[in-house]
Design a protein around this ligand. Structure first.
Ligand SMILES: Nc1ncnc2c1ncn2[C@@H]1O[C@H](COP(=O)(O)OP(=O)(O)OP(=O)(O)O)[C@@H](O)[C@H]1O
Ligand SMILES: [Mg+2]
Length: 360
């Protein structure tokens, strides 16, 4: 692909008045990558996208496209296509005219405009809607028109700010699949922003998890899920989220913990900095005990909620609430006692003082 661009953010800061939104952000988005910034509302996602687009100047640091600083360039000169949450179509224009608009601005030849609009419309399944105005289209169709308008430009870069957030759940899943397919076909570097961790995990080559303008972790989805760097990421990524339980340090090296009265020795090399740690266990990693030679604990089942092919189980381990995702074949009843396995190989242990993960 000729249009692949890598983006480097070097020590980027952004303040509004005296309020620091982004503080020293450093990362590289690889050419052709689908890269997602994910984090809670107000953490600075849209701000970062606006900085990359050139809609806002950075307060400090430099942004480089393919090694060239872009701080002096307008959004137009940066050659990025931005898709906003509201996708702002021209209401008085048909879908066709909306998609054709960027090509008309470039004064392309009418014949070429026509073939290009039809090619992109076919690709997005919009062929039969081209003569409708935005108000005569469904949310998903409008979303696709907005995508079409961005695609015909053949930009260096796609920037997408929560583009699916006002679609219903089913459409959102459909559009997610379409975005992914589109990215595969076009290979254009895409920077995506969402507060929906599931969307980020499903779509992206890599994700950057932000909190309060600070980068918490940047890696492939699988790794962020499996090995969260701190308790914030552990609690943010995954649905239902990771169980986070306080545990007392019984011995530092090799590490031994008292987790709710059960003594465990997780395979962790680093020593904690205080007498308390936080143990992270994914709900789906907890299973009902079958054999005698496992690390187990007793819990009381308080509630069971069917969730498609699995069950969401709320249980009490002593006084500590714990969530378990149980497979369809597990026999668990509300109000009953169950013996559950603590999967030592799969738990994360976080420093009680810093919240950072203790390395294995
Ligand atoms: N022009 C501005 N002036 C002052 N503060 C601003 C401005 N734009 C954004 N902020 C503040 O910067 C912070 C980050 O805003 P931003 O829009 O980047 O968050 P976000 O992560 O996109 O949130 P959301 O998920 O709600 O869209 C917020 O606290 C916001 O109030
Ligand atoms: Mg935003």
């Amino acid at each position: 692909m000729k249009t692949m661009t890598n983006i480097r953010l070097e020590n980027i800061t952004k303040t509004f008045g005296s309020f620091a939104v982004i503080t020293g952000l450093d990362l590289t988005i690889e050419a052709g990558e689908f890269f997602t910034f994910v984090g809670p509302s107000g953490c600075g996602k849209s701000t970062i996208l606006n900085l990359i687009a050139g809609l806002e100047p950075a307060t400090g640091g430099e942004i480089l496209f393919d090694g060239r600083p872009v701080s002096g360039l307008t959004p137009m000169e940066r050659d990025v296509a931005m898709i906003f949450q509201g996708y702002a179509l021209y209401p008085h224009m048909t879908a066709y005219e909306n998609i054709a608009f960027p090509l008309r601005m470039k004064k392309e030849h009418a014949v070429r405009i026509d073939s290009e609009v039809r090619r992109v419309a076919d690709m997005l399944g919009l062929g039969e809607y081209l003569l409708r105005k935005p108000k005569e289209l469904s949310g998903g169709q409008r979303q696709r028109v907005a995508l079409g308008r961005a695609i015909v430009r053949k930009p260096k870069l796609f920037l997408m700010d929560e583009p699916l957030s006002n679609l219903d759940a089913k459409l959102r899943l459909d559009m997610r699949a379409e975005l992914k397919k589109l990215h595969r076909e076009l290979g254009i570097t895409t920077v995506y922003v969402t507060h929906d961790q599931g969307e980020a995990m499903g779509l992206s080559d890599r994700i950057a998890v932000l909190e309060k303008g600070e980068l918490q972790q940047c890696d492939v989805p699988r790794e962020v899920y499996r090995h969260p760097a701190n308790t914030f990421v552990a609690g943010f990524i995954g649905n239902p989220p990771m169980n986070l339980l306080r545990a007392a340090v019984v011995r530092r090296s090799p590490l031994e913990l008292d987790c709710n009265g059960t003594v465990i020795a997780p395979p962790v090399d680093a020593a904690p900095s205080s007498d308390e740690v936080i143990v992270g266990i994914r709900p789906e990693d907890i299973t009902v005990a079958r054999g005698p030679d496992e690390t187990t604990f007793e819990a009381t089942v308080s509630m069971i909620e069917p969730a498609g092919s699995t069950f969401l189980v709320d249980a009490l381990w002593g006084k500590t609430p714990i969530r378990v995702v149980a497979g369809p074949s597990e026999v668990i009843r509300e109000g009953s006692e169950v013996r559950l396995v603590l999967p030592l190989e799969r738990i994360s242990v976080f420093d009680g003082a810093t919240g950072r993960v203790l390395q294995r």
